[in-house]
Every structure is written in C-alpha cells, then in structure tokens.
Design a protein around this ligand. Structure first.
Ligand code: EPZ
Length: 422
C-alpha cells in the first residue's frame, strides 16, 4: 500500500485543472445500460471508482474502451448481476439496480454493506422501485429484484437520497406513464444524470430540483455526440481549501461556482477572498482564518463531502467553530487523525467543536475514507514539518492525479510505498 509524504508550511499558488465529477461519472456509466448501443463519454476522471464501474459493466457483458473519450457498448447485457467482490469495493455499484431492472426485468445486486461513514441503507431505493412495480427478496447478502412491466407512480422519498433518486430515475424513464419523484435529491450530479438521460431520448423535467417529473418512453438510444461530464465540485472545493489553509492563492479551472455556493460562502466568512469566474473559481487568503459554524445539509446546503476538509481549515483559527454533521452518522473519522497533527477538537454525537490552534505539526496519520483522507492532506499541507499519510488508496478513489496537481501549485508532496523510507 502507498503512502503520501508531505513537507508542509508552503503557501500553494497557481492553477488546478478540475477533473470530471466522480459522482456523475458513476451514475452515467450505469445509465448507459438503459440505452442499447455504443456510448461515448468525455471528461471521465481516471479514478479507482470509475475503473470499478467499468469492470462492473464488463462483467454484465458491456465492454468499454478507455481513452480521452471512453466508449461503452451496451448493445448486449448478458448478466444482470452486480457481484459482492465489486460492490464491497464500491457501494455506488448499487446504481446497477434501476438500470438492470429497466433493461432486463431483473437484477441481482449484492447489498453494499456499510462503510466507514455509516450503515448506508438502501430502503428508499427499494421502496421507490417497488412503487414502479418491482418486487424484491433478500437472499445470501444479495437483493434480487424483478419486474414484468414498469409502471409510472408517485414516489415520495423520506430523505433526499442522491443514489436513491438516481436509481429510481433510471428505471422510471422506461416505465409506462408518468412518474413523480417528490423530495428528490437536487445535487448537480442528479441534474447531470437527468440531462444525460434526456440526451438518450428520455422525457424528464426538474432533475436537479426536489420535484422530478418523468414521462416514460418505450426505448432509448445513445446520443449522436460524446457526453462531456461536468466538473467535480468536491475536488474543486478541496483545492480551494488547500489555498485557504496554506495562505496561498489557487485558481480552479473548469470549476462551476454555482455548484459550490455554500462552500464559497463559508470560505469568505473564514477570511478568504473568493473570485467567481465564468468557468473558474479563485481563492486566496492573506489574513487570519476566522471561526465559522457549519451544518451539513442536502444540496444546496453545505455538502457533507466538504465537511472534513473545512474541519482541517477551521482547526487553524483563533476561536471555536461548531460543525454539525446531519447526513451520515459516523463522518468524524478524520478527527482522531487531526488530533495527531495537533488539532484540538471535541466530538459530542454529530457535533464537533473545533477549538482553533495557532499551528499544526507533521505526524504519521491513517486515511480511513475518501474525504477524511483529503482532510489529512490539507492539514499536512499546512502543518509544520513532515506528515506521512498511510492507506492513501482511499484518495485514489476520488482524486485524479492528486500529488501531481498539488506539486504543480508548489506543494512538497510525493508518494512512496508504505514500509519504505520516504
Ligand atoms: C451520495 O451517496 C454520494 N455518493 C456521497 O459521496 C455523498 O456523501 C452522499 O450522496 C450525500 O451527498 C455518490 O453519489 C456515488 P445518500 P449516497 O443516499 O447516495 C440515508 C463521496 O465522498 N439513506 O444521499 O449513498 C443514508 O444513510 C461519497 O464522494 C437511507 O436511510 O448518499 C444517509 O444517512 C461519500 N436510506 C443519507 O440518507 C436510503 O435508502 C444520505 O445518503 C438511502 C439513504
């Protein structure tokens, strides 16, 4: 396993090209299943999770060809199963459920199981698909679904689940009649999925809002031109926090400020200067970092996927910041590691009180999940001295060419094999 070695304390200055959005790439790859033919996707990020999704497509009989434009051929679907060995590595494989039911009338998907940040149930996915006429049984750690004919329905989600909304959407597009999804997730990645499905011939209104209306169609087909995936707002936000935490000045290229309204507002309150361009976002900081209170919420609220990164930044203020995590029940795994770097944080249930400290100092820390790892990288970039981050395979799931992008803005960072001197 690899580790990351960082010599911190250097203000990062320069430009970072933002890659395609992981959390759009994953549902869009699954959506190709509902439209038989050769699909072409541009700006797909080179990430472990995307590789996992492409191998899942291969396993069901849909080969792909990598390159600047990734080609996926879903003319034939030979198997309707997402096996445990793949799903356990990437719970987003649960997104195979809706498309396989819509394409084949059956689906056998391993239950994702929990992960570091929570139990991650899929009850809302199943309830929505049942409303469309699907039936499910659990056996051997798998959910086995089948449907003879998908019929439109009115569906209310108990909470705006992102992949739950996406699973239901990918089935409803081929259901007979109209479907209404209320309390739907409104994330930009859901909007992107809706736009992609419409490019296949679907009839969706309101994707990206809390109310989505779908008029079912009988068939879908790949669009004539390659689909260009939107930029990753969480990757962009992470690099913008890197500018803030090191007292630097970073411009994220191909970034959309409208996708990061809450994050940019918090960065401004924390003392940063934010410039919102047409297709870039620039963040710099020269003065002190100010304390800010944050409560995570579904989009357009403050994104849970940026909570750990902001906690690293708010560890370096002159006061106390309250961070309340309302989306996942165990998303403070980064706290124990930040304490090793000299942070002072108290956790009480889903509330973390961050007592600012004047500086952090390098140490060896352990990555536990994707965004917690990003938080440790950010803290390491600000800490005085050397930080070693172990188990950085977590980072490879969501950050394309991380070390290269950080070196390009002046960071002293390199990868090494664990167990070998850096
Ligand atoms: C998506 O996960 C993202 N992943 C997550 O990003 C992100 O943190 C999350 O949305 C919230 O924004 C992808 O898009 C691939 P949810 P998802 O269903 O869909 C509960 C990252 O770092 N819930 O919106 O799995 C659930 O337990 C990842 O890139 C149910 O109770 O999240 C959680 O508490 C991490 N029943 C809350 O809803 C269900 O059926 C929100 O989960 C579904 C969800």
């Amino acid at each position: 396993m690899d580790k990351l070695l960082i010599e911190g304390g250097i203000p990062l200055v320069g430009r970072v090209p933002v890659s395609g959005a992981k959390n759009a790439a994953l549902p869009l790859l699954m959506a190709t299943i509902v439209a038989p033919g050769e699909h072409r996707l541009a700006n797909l990020p080179e990430l472990a999770d995307v590789e996992s999704m492409l191998s899942l497509l291969g396993r069901i009989g849909c080969p792909s060809l990598l390159g600047p434009i990734v080609r996926v051929d879903t003319s034939r679907v030979a198997w309707c199963e997402a096996p445990y060995d793949l799903v356990r590595k990437m719970r987003a494989s649960v997104l195979a459920l809706g498309p396989l039911l819509a394409r084949c009338g059956e689906a056998h998907v391993s239950l994702p199981g929990g992960c570091a940040i929570g139990v991650r149930p899929i009850d809302q996915h199943l309830r929505g698909l049942e409303a469309l006429g699907c039936t499910f049984r659990m056996e051997g750690g798998y959910v086995h679904g089948k449907v003879s004919k998908l019929k439109g329905a009115e569906i209310y989600l108990d909470m705006p689940t992102v992949t739950g909304t996406e699973n239901i959407l990918m089935a409803a597009v081929l259901a007979e009649g109209h479907t209404l999804i209320s309390n739907a997730a409104a994330e930009p990645e859901v909007e992107e999925l809706g736009a992609f499905l419409n490019s296949l011939g679907a009839k969706i209104e309101g994707a990206g809002t809390a109310t989505i209306r779908i008029e079912g169609v009988t068939s879908l087909a790949p669009p004539p031109r390659p689909w260009h995936i939107l930029p990753d707002r969480i990757e962009a936000g992470t690099y913008l926090v890197a500018a803030a935490i090191t007292g630097g000045d970073i411009t994220c290229e191909n970034a959309r400020a409208k996708d990061l309204v809450a994050v940019l507002a918090v960065l401004e309150r924390a003392g940063c200067t934010v410039e919102r361009g047409e297709d870039y976002i620039r963040v710099s900081r020269t003065g002190p970092v100010h304390p800010v209170n944050i409560t995570t919420a579904p989009h357009p609220g403050f994104p849970t996927d940026m909570q750990a990164q902001l906690m690293a930044l708010l560890s370096l203020t002159g006061g106390d910041s309250q961070i309340r995590e309302t989306i996942f029940e165990n998303r403070f795994m980064h706290v124990a590691e930040l304490l090793r770097l000299g942070a002072h944080i108290d956790v009480n249930g889903n509330l973390a009180t961050v007592h600012g400290v004047p500086e952090m100092r390098g140490a060896t820390v352990m990555a536990t999940d994707l965004r917690a790892s990003a938080s440790l990288v950010l803290a390491g970039l600000a800490a005085k001295g050397r930080t070693e981050i172990l188990r950085i395979y977590h980072l490879d799931r969501g950050y394309e060419h991380l070390a290269e992008k950080l070196r390009a803005v002046g960071a002293n960072v390199k990868r090494a094999e664990e167990g070998r001197p850096g």
